[in-house]
Design a protein around this ligand. Sequence first.
Ligand SMILES: NC(=O)N[C@@H](CC(=O)O)C(=O)O
Ligand SMILES: [Zn+2]
Ligand SMILES: [Zn+2]
Length: 426
Amino acid sequence: MQLIKNAKILVHGKLVKRDVLIDGKRIVQVEESITSEVPTYDAQGAFLSNGLVDVHVHFREPGFEYKETIATGSQAAARGGFTTVLAMPNLNPVPDTPERVAKQMTLNDHNGVVHIAQYGAISGDLVSDTVSNIEEMAHQGAIAFSNDGKGVQTADTMLQAMIAVAKVNKPLVAHLEDDSLIHSGVMNAWKQAESLNLPGITGLAESTQLARDLVLAHATGVHYHVAHVSTKTSVELIRLAKLKGVHVTAEVSPHHLLLSDSDMLTDDALFKMNPPLRTSEDREAVVAGLLDGTIDMVATDHAPHGAEEKAKSFLEAPFGITGIETSFQLLYTKLVKSGIMTLETLINRMVKAPIQAFNLEASASVAVGQSADLALFDLEHSTIISADQMASKGKNTPFIGWKVFGTTLVTWVDGQIVYDHASKNN
Ligand SMILES: NC(=O)N[C@@H](CC(=O)O)C(=O)O
Ligand SMILES: [Zn+2]
Ligand SMILES: [Zn+2]
């Protein structure tokens, strides 16, 4: 047993003081005041939340351990306040068979300090036109299916995938990218790309494939989930599809909520990711979409890369930035503290919505009987985001130097402390 004293938890949208008693993996008592002799952690008024849930991370093991491992990626998750993550399949080998999915799940369980659910690949090596054995991968425990990193290029492959994924009643998660519209682009096509003299990617590469997929999703009834929404047109298409009754959910990354291409003043590959940062009009549209629920959730798309790779020019560096250690702090500071969104809505978008949409076992309320997957955040004091504090191997984020509130103090998984800010600083 252990007791968390003097925490603040969200009750009907308000922060109220509570003591929380944990027995093993479960919360067994939540009261204004609990007296007990068991080991006690004094939260000193910090915000106690259910552990955050990220449906989109890249942990790079096996295949790219120099960028990240399951151990470092999951420690980074814990440091960000996340207790459940869904790991993408762009690994080597790609988990595109039932055997590989089973093996990957064992590796995740063995090496991870948070709950890690695994995606199976839609098709062989993420690029084949032949759909993988979805039924058996689901049977082995694949949580959902995606070719993230690659768009599904042909309508027929997507249609066959949707039919197979609908049968097993799991989400199909789409990375939208029509290769014929990329033209070697590396950032959003527009004024900023012209002034930096870099080849652009238009929003059409995303939204045309989205339009195709929404029609196919309507026809098949699959649960279709849109990864990293970046354009205003995409938000409008998803809004319309929801009105038409398509079973569609969507995620947006912290960087698409907070940055636009005009923030890229020089050729700095820390701003290079897929999809690229769009215009401020697009950015405002994804914020509005997250607020009104058109976009259901935040997902970080934590994409660590090596320092040398990201030090290269924009043309040569790989796409992707890290995000799992900074997302809550950034969104709390820039959306909640600045009055755009309530804390309750942010927690809904980072806990409740992903749990519901992906049918996860995690808990969405700090209440008796719920699992003791918890995160304690300091909302009072500010800190500066710095690379040397990060648990991730990847330090590739454009948010270094930003002043933020909402530092994670402690993260519990199944009642065990997996991250403790105080001991890390000692
Ligand atoms: N987002 C990125 O820019 N990169 C991701 C792949 C992806 O999410 O498409 C990666 O794996 O590095
Ligand atoms: Zn992607
Ligand atoms: Zn991704």
